[in-house]
Write a protein that binds this ligand. Sequence first.
Ligand code: ATP
Ligand code: MG
Length: 645
Amino acid sequence: MSNKEIFQIPPSFAAQAGVDGAHLRQMTADAARDPERFWLDQAGRLDWTRRPTLASGSSFADDVSIRWFADGRLNASVNCLDRHLAERGEQIALIWQGQEASQVERLTYRALHERVCRMANVLRGLGVERGDRVAIHLPMVIEGVVAMLACARIGALHVVLFGGFSAEGLADRLNDSGAVAIITADEARRGPKRIALKTVMDEALARGVPGVRHMLVLSVTGIDLPMQEGRDLALAPLLAQASSDCPPADMEAEDPLFLLYTSGSTGKPKGMVHSTGGYMVWASFTHEMVFDHREGDVFWCTADISWITGHTYVVYGPLANGGTILLFEGLPSYPAPGRWWEVIDTHKVTTFYTAPTAIRSLMRDDDAVVKGYALDSLRLLGSVGEPISPDAWIWFHEAVGRGRCPVVDTWWQTETGGILIAPIPGAVPQKPGSATLPLPGVDAVLLTDKGEVIDGEGEGCLCIARSWPGQARTIWGGHERFRQTYFSFSPGYYFSGDGARRDADGYYWITGRIDDVINVSGHRIGTAEVEDVVATDHRFVECAAVGVPHDIKGQGLVVFVVARDASVPDLADAASLAVTKGIGRYAVPERVYLVPDLPKTRSGKIVRRLLRKIACHELDGLGDLSTLADATIVDRLIAVVGPAK
Ligand code: ATP
Ligand code: MG
C-alpha cells in the first residue's frame, strides 16, 4: 500500500463542491472545541416538533448509555417526506428501475408521501402500534422503501430481512426481534430466476414464530400462493382502501427507529438498535458531506435495503436531504454485462455508491464493456463494505469515473449508523486504498493490544473515543452483550473490531478485522495487505488470506485465490511470489489454494473465519452459515482443500 499516490481534487469538482478544505478545517475545529454546540447546530438540519436543547448525554463507562438530543421530538418520515412537500412536492423523490429496461416508475415527493401514508394506515388498521416490530422481507421494489417509512410514520420499528435468507435465518431473526407483522412478496426476480419469498417465510413461521400475527403479501410476479386464513392478507386491496391521510406519531429523539442485524461476517449477527433523532441527524449530515449532495443529484446506492448501507444511503440520508434516489431491482450483468452502466446513462446518475466486491466482479468484464457507455452524468463515486484494493480503486476511478470523479472510500459499520471515516470530496485529496480522514466530530484513535493510545503514524485497533449521534444504542435484548462486545476492550472507547494503519498525513488505512490479523514469526500482517498485493496481478479475480497454526512461526499464511482463467499454469506460484515480493520473504504462504469462489456474506463480504476452519481441516462447528450468500461454497472449498483431519 503506497502512500505516494495522491489523487488531487479535480479543479472542476472543487469549484462546485459544497465543502472545501478551509470549510472542513473550520468544522473539524468547531466540533472539537464545542461539540455540544456543533451538534445542536447540526440538529437544525431536521424538522423537530420539539427542538432539542441538549446534544450528547452519552457515556461509554459502566453500563454504557448513549443518548443524543434527548429532549427533542420528531418523526423520521416527516423529515423524509412531509417537510419537502411545500418546496419540492413535484420533484422526483424516487426512480425505480425494474429488471426489464421498460419497467420504470418515477414517484414525486407527493406521490411517495401518499403511498407511505396508505401503507402506514394499513399497518395501523391491523393493530400495529408504536414500539412494535415489523419485519420487511421484500425485493428491491418501491414498497420496500414505502414500508420502512410507513413504520417510521407510526413509530413501529422496522426489521428489514434480506430476501435470500433461509427459513432458519428468517425464523431466528423474527424470534429475536419479536416481530408482530411481516410484509413480504410472492417472489423476487433475480435475473432469469425467481426467488420464493412468501413460501420461505411460511417455512420460517412453521418452525415456530409465535409473535407474528399478520403477513402482508405484495404481488410482484403475480403467482398464486396459498394464503393462511386469519394470518395472511394480500397487500394491494388493503392499500387501495386505505386513507392517504395519516398523522405521524410524535416520537422522542431516543425512541428507536429500527433494528437491523449485522452482516454476520464474524459470527452470530447482532440486532443493532438505532434511535430516531441521532440516527436521522447522522444520515442527513453524512450524506450531504461525503456525497457533496446538491440540488439535481441522482443518487444511486446499489446496496440492498436490507443492509445498513441501504437504510442510511438508499432511504434516510438522501430523502432527508430532499434528493432523488434510484432504486434498481436487477443485477449488474443481467441480461448482459454493462447493465449497471446502462442504468447510469439512462437515468443520468450523478453519484454512484457501491461495494468492492461488485467493483471486482465488474473488472472481470472486458474493458470494452464499460467503455461502451458515456457515463458522463457521473460526478462522484463511492465504495463501502470492505477494504478496496488500490488496484480496484484505480480501475473504478479511471474506467468508470474517467479520471474526473473523486472516489470516496467510506469506512463504517451497522453499529455506527453512517459513515465515520471518508474523504470529504471537495476538501480531501484521495489515496487509493485509504478511507482517509475521520469526519468532523469523529474522534478516531488507534490503540495497541493493551489499550494504549498510539500517537502519529502507527498501526493498531481502530476505536472511537467519543460518542457520535448515529451510534447504535444497544443490541436488541442484549445490552450486556453490547457492552461486552464494544466497550470492554479498553474502558472509555468504542471498539470497532477493525485494524487500521495511520500514515504521516493522518490518513487511515483499514487493514482488516482484528480477529483476522495474521502473526507470522512475530510479524503482524493484516489480511488486506496480502490481498492487495495478490489483486495487483490481473490473472486473479479475488483473494483471501488467513492464518493457520504453525509449529515454528506461530502462524502460517494460507491464501485462497480465484483465478480469471484457472487453466493458466503456475498460478499458485505466481500468487506466492506476489506475496513475498509485496510483503517480504517471511510472509511466504504455506499453501495457496486455487478455488472456484470465496465464501461471502449476503452483503458481499469475505467470511474468513470459515476459510480458516477449512484450511485447518476443522470441519465440525463451522458456525452460523445462515449469513452466507451461497452455502454450497463450503463443499466446493472442501473439495479443493481436502476433508477433515
Ligand atoms: P458482523 O459484525 O456480524 O461480523 P459485519 O461486520 O460484516 O458483520 P457490517 O456492519 O455490515 O457487518 O460491516 C461492517 C464492517 O465492514 C466493518 O467493520 C469493516 O470490517 C468492513 N468495512 C466497511 N466499510 C469498509 C471500508 N471502507 N474499508 C474497509 N472495511 C470496511
Ligand atoms: Mg461487524
